[in-house]
Design a protein around this ligand. Structure first.
Ligand code: ADP
Ligand code: MG
Length: 728
């Protein structure tokens, strides 16, 4: 059989187990060895220069040119000693991947000799002429260039003999064209607001940073089989394929022993990650067959995002060496679990306190509550914006459906916190607290840590759950750049912290004592955010009903979700905190819709192609085979044909019906695409695609999957689910 499928299966059988050579050193001996971190800076920079860089990192200020030259020199010497030949600004354009353009260090001088040049201005700023990145109309190709500029808060590193300099990416006009710029701005806004609130409790706090620990889920498939599936190759997911008889129903994959080939792959990418200072901590099998997860220790959010995007590219590279393909798509296979990127988020002070962890004293618990209720209130007021921040074409296939959070924001606080919030709400009256009441409340608040430790049951059905010392935003998609949800989260929480502080100030100005003012505002925030708290099963239909009654908006349409970026209230929010201006928000709105639309368009074209060129011809071939058979039966048993071949004739009829259904849905889909392509307005077109093209893809798939169950296995052209998801 000459089809790609059988060639792939054949190749797969003959393949030897993958080999891997790993360092025999202890991880601690090479952790961060490829990073120009503090230790390296101390060694390669003078004391003054080193201190200026550290100050720039801590205050977020620019580095002046003279210092930059010296940093560049030190960085260059370090990199060349480590074998680097090229350097690049490494940045995150608005397309869920990273970008780099390499330049050699080598530069000939006037006398024809060559030397290794890399000056401060090249470190600080580059002009990649990157006119082909998504810009949402911000930067016409003929009109202006994009610049990348060094982000000193994320250390440079060497990958593939290239010095990579983490950078922001902005248009000539100063408008941000990337994820990192607004992320850094949101961190500054959050820092400012959080420090002010901390100051109510502890004067020593001068800096607060968001911390992020992501959990990256992914699938692995054999490379040969992957290559035999044009849909996987071109869209990252299977657009057709009947579910395997056995997939995840026996729950025998989750946390099971990791197959050798996979563990070789993991060990190898982990080693590379360690060299780059990525603190990977856990690895395990996930629920679906061939699904896995890895997670690092949490880090400051900006670094964590860089490390996540960096790790994804390392994993793609290393997978190739093991003849594997890593799938970061949120839903590569229908019928089995999809992949997310849970974002564990908290706030850390420069005094070493986790602001979302209960403390040991009533005072530190008051501080914890202040941050806790501000986060709740943020989720309540900006729930749809938060859900919009994780909306994408690929994630839309995963959300809902009893395996991932529903597309409605709610917050799970856990029984302990839930009771605590209720009791504060009931106990504190609007009037002045009696001394007794105050003592009681404080006693209550003081008790949080003990109870919490054994009571943080996990509610896996919640999109945003408190897990004892952090919030876990579980709706984020596996393929996305998690800077987006994190920058939105930072901004909305910053906004509520400002409000918290303002309300406390208002009360103290009226003569209310600080302690009591804080308690009153905590209570107010609890009442204001009651609507968003939900402890029950987020997968249940009852919840969908209840959420609707509560007026919580469900994000069922991706293009509609994107509208959140341009509502007056949300634009005002981003402006207020100087995270994104109107132009930048409109650009993102445009880009997100365009990306959505293009992805659907590509999927729809591939379905048309596969249906027409792969599936229908095979269906007809098999149909003819049956027809021949029936004719033969008729020849031999002319009078009994109805009785003997009746079932087979029904099968022929079924095949014909499916083929006809596929044909007409394909034709209709093509005409729908044409219709919507004539619509100039991109968001409108995206919505048209969602409403009229997507349902036809589902329809076509249904018939193809039915045919897969009927047609001779020896004829079927595409690797089946049971083959793609077979043990590695
Ligand atoms: P689970 O799968 O049970 O949710 P994991 O161990 O897979 O937990 O991942 C938990 C993640 O939460 C890790 O990345 C961890 O570093 C992170 N985390 C723990 N504490 C914090 C914190 N204070 N801030 C941010 N992330 C945190
Ligand atoms: Mg986990």
């Amino acid at each position: 059989m000459g089809t790609l499928r059988f060639k792939a299966l054949d190749e797969l059988n003959r393949r030897l187990p993958s080999k891997v050579t790993l360092s025999d050193k202890k991880v601690s001996e090479y952790f961060g060895i490829d990073v120009f971190g503090k230790a390296q800076m101390r060694q390669y920079l003078s004391k003054d220069v080193y201190e200026s860089v550290i100050e720039a990192i801590e205050t977020g200020q620019r580095i002046d040119r003279k210092i930059a030259n010296q940093v560049a020199e030190g960085m260059k010497v370090w990199a060349i000693e480590r074998g680097a030949t090229h350097y690049t600004h490494w940045f995150q354009p608005l397309n869920d991947s990273t970008a780099e353009k390499h330049d050699a260090f080598l530069e000939p001088d006037l006398h024809g000799d060559s030397f290794e040049a890399f000056k401060g201005d090249l470190l600080v700023q580059q002009e990649p002429d990157a006119s082909s990145f998504p810009s949402g109309g911000l930067r016409n190709t003929f009109e202006a260039r994009g610049y990348s500029a060094w982000d000193p808060s994320s250390p440079a590193f060497i990958m593939d003999r290239t010095l990579c300099i983490p950078s922001i990416f902005i248009a000539y006009t100063g408008v941000a064209l990337d994820f990192k710029t607004p992320l850094l701005k949101s961190m500054a806004a959050l820092d400012k607001a959080a420090v002010e609130v901390c100051q109510l409790f502890d004067k020593d706090v001068t800096k607060v940073v968001p911390t992020l620990g992501w959990e990256q889920e992914y699938f692995l498939v054999d490379e040969a089989l992957y290559n035999a599936r044009p849909d996987l190759v071109q869209t990252g997911r299977t657009l057709m394929g009947h579910t395997a008889a056995k997939d995840q129903q026996l729950e025998d994959h989750y946390w099971a022993a990791i197959p050798e080939r996979v563990s070789n792959f993991m060990k190898e990418f982990e080693e590379r990650a360690y060299r780059l200072g990525i603190p990977l901590k856990t690895r395990h099998n996930e629920v679906a067959p061939n699904q896995f997860e890895c997670a690092p220790l949490f880090e400051e959010a900006n670094i964590a995002v860089d490390h996540n995007t960096l790790l994804m590219s390392i994993m793609r590279r290393v997978a190739g060496k093991h003849k594997l393909k890593v799938l970061f798509h949120e839903k590569p296979f229908a019928g089995v679990n999809g992949s997310g990127k849970h974002c564990n988020w908290s706030l850390a002070t420069d005094t070493g306190v986790n602001l979302l962890a209960p403390g040991k004293t009533p005072k530190s618990n008051m501080q914890f509550l202040a941050f806790f209720v501000s986060t709740l209130k943020a989720a309540n007021e900006y729930g749809t914006l938060l859900m919009a921040s994780i909306a994408s074409e690929t994630n839309s296939h995963r959300l809902g459906g009893n395996e991932a959070p529903p597309s409605i924001m709610s917050v799970f606080t856990g029984a302990t916190m839930n009771d605590m919030l209720d009791s504060i709400e009931k106990r504190i009256s609007q009037q002045k607290l009696t001394p007794d009441e105050k003592t009681e409340i404080k006693l209550d608040i003081g008790k949080i840590p003990e109870i919490l430790l054994d009571n943080t049951d996990r509610n896996r059905t919640s999109p945003f759950a408190f897990t004892g010392n952090r919030f876990e935003f579980r709706a984020a998609g596996s393929s996305s750049n998690c800077a987006m949800p994190i920058l939105v989260l930072n901004t909305v929480v910053a906004d509520k912290l400002v409000e918290f502080k303002d309300e406390v100030d208002k009360l103290t100005e009226k003569g209310v004592k600080k302690d009591e003012a804080i308690l009153q505002v905590i209570r107010k925030f609890i009442i204001d955010s009651k609507n968003i708290r939900f402890e029950g099963n987020g997968y249940s239909n009852e919840w969908l009903k209840e959420a609707a009654e509560r007026g919580l908006k469900s994000i069922n349409s991706v293009p509609m979700a994107f509208k959140e970026y341009i509502t007056p209230a949300n634009m005002a929010l981003f402006n207020r905190h100087k995270v994104l201006n109107d132009t930048e928000l409109y650009a993102r709105y445009e880009i997100k819709n365009e990306t959505y639309l293009k992805k659907v368009q590509i999927e729809s074209r591939i379905i048309n192609d596969l249906a027409g060129n792969h599936i229908i011809p095979i269906a007809i071939k098999y149909q003819n085979f049956l027809i021949e058979n029936v004719k033969g039966i008729k020849d031999i048993f002319p009078s009994e044909v109805e009785e003997l071949a009746g079932e087979e004739m029904n099968t022929i009829r079924t095949i014909i019906n499916h083929v006809n259904a596929i044909r007409s849905a394909s034709d209709l889909m093509l005409s729908k695409r044409k219709k919507w392509n004539r619509v100039e307005n991109i968001p409108e077109r995206a919505l048209g695609y969602e409403n009229e093209v997507v349902p036809l893809m589902t329809e076509i798939r249904k018939h193809i999957d039915a045919l897969e169950m009927i047609i001779d296995d020896q004829l079927w052209p595409l690797p089946k689910y049971r083959e793609l998801l077979a043990a590695l």
